[in-house]
Design a protein. Structure first.
Length: 296
């Protein structure tokens, strides 16, 4: 005859099952944190590799020498992503972002910023070419993005402040490890090391680009280059214009073109960022006379 379990036996089995479930959940959460930390480490490491190769004066490989600026730009981009993800994980910001009012306020603020910057970009384009910005849609979009960048740059100093806090953590570890001889502090706080170093890099490049390359004085010049790269076209059917003169069709009937006798080239992204350019003082509105092909 099978022995019946006492109530205490059932309670013991339930307790053991709960402990197994709890350990499984802890293991799952630990594995999740490990994978997340591993991902963060990979992003930080790749950004450091890109930045170090992009900042070399005399690299060993010609490919690196030809793509230094692109490597630097990708390195800064990955570093910014790493820093923003790290801030989002912080105890202060993570619960704050869970509130609906926080997300709503951020969405409204960003929408207002986009609308404001679009209007400002349209004003810049109109000030350069003297036409409605709708005639240069791609230039309007990218100029708006540049203006948004210029307004968001001051917030990178938040990264600098948080980076200073991580630098203090690294200094505290160095004191504990090398001065106090605390052997339990064997491994350095890698996240703090990465954050302190990469935040300094992002603050430096963000400030230098916004003040030197994308300042209020430089934005019209960048908009002019973008217009020639994105909206102007030298291939047109206007019989009264030379085929190599870049034009933009304007007006509802598209019978008038805005012609620019200058033909600036944008060979590389680095040239777009750093090279000086002069915007022409005059553009020409010309009626486009379509070629007659009946005689052919």
């Amino acid at each position: 005859m099978r022995k019946r379990k006492a109530l205490s036996d059932y309670l013991t089995d339930i307790l053991l099952s709960l402990k197994r479930i709890e350990k499984a959940e802890e293991k799952k959460e630990s594995q999740k944190q490990f994978n997340l930390n591993y991902l963060f480490g990979v992003v930080a490491f790749v950004s450091i590799v890109l930045l170090s190769n992009g900042s070399q004066d005399n690299p060993d490989f010609s490919w690196i020498d030809n793509n230094k600026f692109a490597l630097k730009l990708w390195g800064v981009s990955l570093a910014t992503i790493y820093l923003c993800m790290s801030i989002e994980r912080m105890t202060f910001f993570k619960p704050l972002w869970e509130f609906t009012v926080t997300k709503l306020s951020a969405s409204v603020a960003l929408s207002l910023l986009v609308v404001f910057c679009t209007g400002k970009a349209a004003g810049i384009i109109n000030g350069i070419f003297g036409v409605d910005a709708a005639a240069l849609p791609f230039t309007l979009t990218f100029t708006t993005a540049l203006i948004i960048f210029s307004y968001l740059v001051p917030f990178i100093f938040v990264l600098g402040v948080v980076g200073l806090g991580h630098l203090l953590i690294v200094m505290a570890w160095c004191k504990s490890r090398f001065y106090d001889k605390d052997k339990s502090e064997y491994f350095p706080p890698l996240n703090s090391v990465f954050f302190a170093g990469l935040s300094a890099v992002v603050v430096y490049f963000g400030y230098s680009w916004s003040s030197d390359n994308f300042s209020q004085e430089e934005l019209p010049k960048k908009a002019y280059l973008l217009a020639h790269k994105l909206d102007f076209n030298s291939k047109h059917e206007c019989g009264n214009l030379k085929s190599n003169i870049p034009v933009i069709f304007i007006g509802n009937s598209q019978s008038t073109v805005l012609a620019d006798l200058s033909k600036p080239e944008v060979p590389t992204v680095e040239w777009f960022f750093e090279s000086p350019i002069e915007v022409p003082k005059q553009f020409y509105r010309v009626a486009c006379t379509v070629k007659d092909y009946k005689g052919n």
